[in-house]
Write a protein that binds this ligand. Structure first.
Ligand code: NAI
Ligand SMILES: C[N+](C)(C)CC(=O)CC(=O)[O-]
Length: 491
């Protein structure tokens, strides 16, 4: 089992711990704070309800989490060491000396620093090539971006290994090859933060109005296209050149306070903190984290459907794991109902009753049907060649309930697969418990005529193979049933 050490387990270290653990790594934590274990436990609870559902496949079994009073013990045998101690250079340098005295020479030491350059962190080290900046974004267990900032002291092989390990955790390592204070993203965030402070200090807007100005407009836009792509579109048909010609000169107008930072007087801190309390004080920080996570999961899953931005990163992560996680016609035990879906229930699949909402059962069963189609040869290439299946009838029975984060699976029995007809019976389980079934009848169609027709010989052969293998299975209980006619109540 791969092992990571988390040095500093606060807001960010806790997020890293969750990211590693939920991706199957063993995690050792060193943090002198006596509250660290409780705090990380709460971050983990949030991560467990939100991260697994982002994937359309099950995550690996969780690794083991342990807390250590001794830094040397925590880093021993670790392949990855993530430093997330407070943003003070003297402290970070002291911590690296302790880490490097005890860790493996081949281990990667990543720093979460928001602002320091890697050359500053490598200063005075005997093995500077081991230290890189891996700057994450909060919540680390959901957001994919990691700014991987390196110097000439870091060898290409170590950089490649770091990229590979980060990608295997579902992260998106953005390699910043030329170091600069605050890397890339925090330079924007600092600029926006500075402007917002001025707007509140000068009485132009409240903290709430600043936040509305972001989240009702460009905040949504930036989640799917960055700055340049957004402005290219805003330039109209003439694109970026026109945009720059039109708005470039305006940058010189006195729109902003540019580099000045308002002084953090007690008065300014009170003004901002009081407004922030009035805006959000009715929610605890943990509640706000859960609201944030619900929203992030819903947005990232929407981007996933578009295979765009952060959604494309999630799809690529799934694609890399699909081969091992899901059987195909050669690896499945065809004599049994075939595994066609295995995943965690995403946060945005639950409803006001606190369990998976009914439309999502159809969503999950439709995913199982899609997988069955792939297994028999009706994959993306086949569909592009003009043949596919349309569903003619579906009947779902709800036998139990499941909640966000639950691991569900679907196993599929083929009741008929011959000519243009495909009749499937899906059974959904949480663990061993049967929670729903779905019977579907599909017809093979020509996508040109939109009329039923026979499928390819390869599909016919696959269906014949499965029919022969499953011929010994009993007709499933519940198949062929309908909603019974109500019996009149006795007086
Ligand atoms: N909070 C944020 O939004 C982000 C912070 N970062 C960076 O992550 C790092 C940590 O920041 P946060 O998690 O926000 O701070 P935090 O204050 O929540 O956590 C820091 C943790 O380090 C522990 N600590 C202090 N001295 C230690 C030592 N000698 N050895 C081990 N642990 C020690 C503290 O007990 C505390 O639990 C900083 O470098 C920061 O710039 C990066 C991205 C976002
Ligand atoms: C405020 N901050 C500079 C610590 C923020 C970051 O570094 C990244 C983030 O998560 O916004």
């Amino acid at each position: 089992m791969a092992r990571a050490a988390i040095i500093g387990g606060g807001v960010i270290g806790g997020g890293w711990a969750a990211r590693f653990l939920l991706n199957g790594w063993d995690v050792r934590v060193f943090d002198p704070d006596p509250e660290a274990q409780r705090k990380i436990g709460e971050v983990l609870d949030n991560a467990r309800r939100s991260l697994p559902g982002l994937s359309d496949l099950p995550l690996p079994d969780e690794g083991t989490l342990s807390f250590h009073d001794d830094l040397a013990e925590a880093v021993e045998g670790a392949e990855w060491i993530q430093e997330s101690v407070p943003e003070r250079l003297d402290l970070k340098l002291k911590v690296y000396a302790q880490i490097q005295a005890a860790c493996e020479e081949g281990a990667i030491i990543g720093s979460s620093t928001s602002g320091f350059k890697p050359s500053e962190l490598q200063e005075g080290s005997d093995r500077p090539g081991q230290i890189v900046v891996t700057h994450p974004f909060n919540p680390v267990y959901l957001l994919p971006l990691i700014e991987l900032v390196t110097t000439g002291a870091n060898e290409a092989a170590l950089i490649d290994r770091a990229k590979g390990l980060l990608s295997s955790l579902g992260l998106f390592p953005l390699h910043v090859k030329k170091e600069i204070d605050a890397h890339i993203a925090d330079r924007f965030l600092e600029a926006v933060w500075r402007e917002a402070l001025w707007l509140v200090k000068d009485g132009i807007a409240t903290t709430e109005e600043v936040d509305e100005a972001i989240r009702m407009g460009f905040g949504i836009r930036w989640a799917q296209m960055g700055l340049f792509e957004t402005y290219r579109v805003a330039g109209g048909e003439a694109g970026m050149r026109h945009f720059m010609a039109q708005f470039g000169p305006a940058l010189k107008w006195p729109w902003t306070k540019l580099m000045d930072v308002p002084e953090f007087t007690d008065e300014l801190v009170d003004l901002i903190a009081d407004q922030s309390d009035a805006q959000s004080g009715m929610h605890s920080i943990r509640e706000l984290e859960r609201i944030r996570d619900n929203n992030l999961v819903a947005m990232m899953r929407a981007l996933k459907a578009q295979d765009w931005g952060a959604g494309a990163v999630l799809n690529a992560h799934d694609a890399g794991r699909k081969r091992d996680a899901m059987p195909d016609i050669e690896t499945a035990d065809l004599a049994q109902p075939i595994l066609t879906l295995a995943r965690a229930v995403p946060l945005d699949w639950t409803d006001y009753n606190g369990h998976m909402t009914e439309s999502r059962y159809l969503d999950a069963f439709a995913g199982a049907t899609d997988r069955f189609m792939e297994i028999i040869g009706c994959d993306a290439d086949y569909i592009a060649s003009g043949g596919s299946y349309f569903t003619a009838e579906t009947h779902i029975r709800h036998l139990g309930e499941c909640h966000a984060g639950a691991r569900i699976s679907v196993r599929t029995q083929m009741l008929l697969g011959q000519g243009k007809k495909l009749h499937l019976f899906h059974s959904m389980y949480e663990g061993e418990e049967l929670i729903a079934t779905c019977e579907s009848f599909l017809l093979h169609v020509s996508l040109e005529t939109r009329r039923p027709c026979a499928p390819s010989q390869e599909i016919e052969d696959s269906m014949a193979r499965i029919a022969a293998a499953q011929s010994g299975l009993e007709y499933p209980q519940g198949a062929g049933s309908s909603i019974r006619k109500p019996v009149p109540m006795a007086e």
